[in-house]
Design a protein around this ligand. Structure first.
Ligand SMILES: [Zn+2]
Length: 250
């Protein structure tokens, strides 16, 4: 049964690592193991994504270069496109609240990378591109891995999602900018789709940190994932990834 082994490991983490009478690990080690478990779950349940699942090395946020997001607003994990940073306490607390939450966040982040958002955000207005990118990730996952989505039921968000079905982030962005859509409204309508913090990768471009871009790695991973999707008979999804990078799998 899919996920059976990872569920057993989740139990082990809850009992031995988070402290219910067994051995208690350090907060950092425990968070790292939760992240590792999320990777194993994605690898087992969405095997087509394997080329991307292990692409981002996990690093404690305290070792992140440059300015750090304020803890009051930061999620459990985030990326700058090269590394996966984690807040140990937030990772543990998110996991305790919902054992799938870190897996969902990681999947969302990986999809941004596979769809090329880390690079294509360059030169775009942050709020609109952020919303457009989350719409594309959510739309892709609705077809590919719906069980890893937790959509809240805001009618405006659902209407926007339906309206942008099958569109790339760039197409949605062009529409939002053409309409000169109010930023606050876009932010609030798109908020239920967001499960990561985009500023960490958007800032790469705004603050010109070219050394932490790794577009080639993401392109290579997207190409391999597209081939896996073709092999699995998911041609429509493969075409979306291929279209995002302008290549065709054979
Ligand atoms: Zn996102």
């Amino acid at each position: 049964m899919p996920g059976g082994k990872t569920e057993n490991k989740q139990e082990a983490i809850m009992v031995t690592a988070i402290g219910k009478g067994g051995r208690i690990e350090s907060t950092d080690a425990c968070a790292y193991r939760i992240i590792d478990l999320a990777r194993q779950q994605l690898d087992a349940e969405l095997p087509e994504l394997q080329p991307a699942v292990f692409l981002l090395p996990a690093v404690n946020i305290k070792d992140a270069p440059g300015p750090k997001p304020r803890p009051a607003t930061a999620p459990a994990i985030l990326t700058d496109s090269r590394l996966l940073y984690y807040y140990p306490e937030r990772t543990i607390s998110a996991y305790r609240e919902d054992r799938q939450s870190v897996t969902r966040m990681m999947l969302h982040i990986l999809m941004h990378g596979l769809l090329g958002h880390f690079e294509k955000c360059a030169g775009r207005q942050a709020t609109w591109y952020s919303a457009a990118a989350d719409l594309e990730v959510t739309d892709f996952l609705l077809s590919y891995a719906r069980r890893f989505l937790r959509l809240r039921g805001e009618p405006e968000t659902g209407a926007l999602l339906r309206g942008q079905h099958g569109r790339t982030a760039e197409e949605t962005y062009a529409q939002l900018s053409e309409w000169n859509t109010d930023e606050d409204r876009v932010r609030s309508v798109a908020a239920p789709l967001e499960s990561d913090m985009h500023m960490s990768w958007l800032l790469n471009h705004l603050r010109c940190y070219p050394s932490i871009h790794c577009a080639a790695d993401w392109e290579e991973a997207a190409c391999a994932v597209a081939l896996n999707l073709r092999d699995a008979g998911r041609d429509g999804l493969a075409e979306r990834l291929e279209g995002a990078w302008g290549f065709a799998a054979d």
